[in-house]
Design a binder for this molecule. Structure first.
Ligand code: AMP
Ligand code: MG
Length: 338
């Protein structure tokens, strides 16, 4: 996962509620961003410090497997490995790559975890300067991407690249995955009501202590920091993730280029779909789907959401402001909320 998430704002800001009792709040840093957990109704014998420690241990173990920022991580060992042979990896990495493949196939290649050379070519990597690459750089990067060149198996868990230079970068799915792992820690401890958040990706169970659903504010997808939410979603027993073109981007020659790359063209997705928020059972799935739908854009994104019954909120940039479009599944879900 990439550490240049650091300055990234929370795509989904949390809305606190005013009525007591206040939830227990645990917080920390991970993956170059922050995490937080809000809890209520803890089992009597649960000690919040013990939970905090378990969460830190879980996040640390994810970092050791999935971080693109340490050469000893399982993912970086695979990235450095030669082509043509199966490289054993921890089962959770193979599982996440399998989920990434499902979403890549469903999105006709819009979601692609081998995209890192293109992300870097457009200057969004560590220590890179955002700039439009020359055609040779772009072609060289394109030659080193393509999910079709990556294989995954579960028994035993392993990855294989079909050609040299193919790498995996889970930036678009790993924060969601980590949210799920924290939720699993809380479920195991018997917590029945919580809101977990890492860098804007969320998962909620039960209710806020005020008796209503936990709530998430979807940010206005403005290029500068925008304090006001665009809208607020109830988030009981669901995960929520947002992908936005405004989070990392640069301007050149009167055009804006975002960090969301369309692997099919090798270029930043260039359309008026500014952000996509997805609700799903798991945060990993919501995270990957939000990125996939954003790449697909204002026509194919909503079409896929309709076809697959995905709960998605599309925010389009229009001359007179932002336009929100709910997928049919999201509209039905919202209508059913108390
Ligand atoms: P997210 O904020 O979850 O949408 O993830 C965005 C990050 O995922 C970017 O900063 C890139 O590192 C990476 N990325 C960009 N384009 C894609 C893509 N088409 N598929 C998968 N990951 C991508
Ligand atoms: Mg994502």
């Amino acid at each position: 996962m990439t550490r240049y998430f650091v300055p990234v704002l929370l795509t989904v800001a949390l809305l606190g509620a005013c009525s007591p009792p206040a939830p227990v709040v645990l917080t920390g840093d991970a993956f170059g961003t922050t995490w937080s957990v809000r809890l209520t109704g803890l089992p009597g014998d649960t000690n919040p410090e013990g939970l905090q420690l378990q969460i830190v241990v879980a996040l640390d173990s994810i970092d050791r497997v999935m971080s693109n920022w340490r050469s000893d991580s399982a993912i970086e060992q695979f990235n450095a490995a030669p082509a043509g042979q199966w490289i054993d990896v921890p089962a959770e990495l193979a599982e996440l790559v399998t989920l990434a493949r499902t979403i890549s196939l469903a999105s006709d290649g819009a979601f692609d975890i081998t995209v890192a050379p293109l992300v870097r070519a457009w200057g969004f990597g560590p220590a890179a300067q955002p700039a439009v690459p020359d055609p040779a750089t772009l072609n060289a990067a394109r030659a080193r991407t393509g999910f079709g060149h990556l294989s995954v198996r579960m028994n035993p868990p392993a990855l294989r690249k079909a050609k040299p230079g193919i790498t995996t970068d889970l930036s678009a799915i790993a924060k969601g995955y980590a949210v799920d792992r924290i939720a699993a820690v809380l479920d195991k401890a018997g917590c029945r009501s919580y809101l977990v958040e890492i860098g804007g990706e969320l998962r909620a169970r039960g209710q806020h202590p005020d008796g209503r659903a936990w709530r998430a504010a979807v940010r206005r997808p403005e290029y500068g920091l925008s304090p006001e939410p665009l809208t607020v979603l109830p988030v009981t027993d669901t995960a929520v993730a947002t992908s936005g073109d405004y989070l990392q981007q640069f301007e050149s020659g009167g055009r804006r280029y975002s960090h969301i790359i369309d692997p099919r063209t090798g270029r930043p997705a260039g359309h008026n779909l500014a952000s996509v928020t997805v609700l799903a059972t798991s945060a990993a799935e919501a995270d990957a789907l939000a990125t996939a739908l954003l790449v697909l854009g204002p026509v194919d994104g909503p079409a896929l959401a309709r076809a697959q019954d995905l709960k998605a909120l599309f925010v389009l940039r229009k001359p007179d402001g932002f336009e929100q479009q709910e997928s049919p599944a999201l509209a039905a879900w919202l209508a059913a909320q108390p």
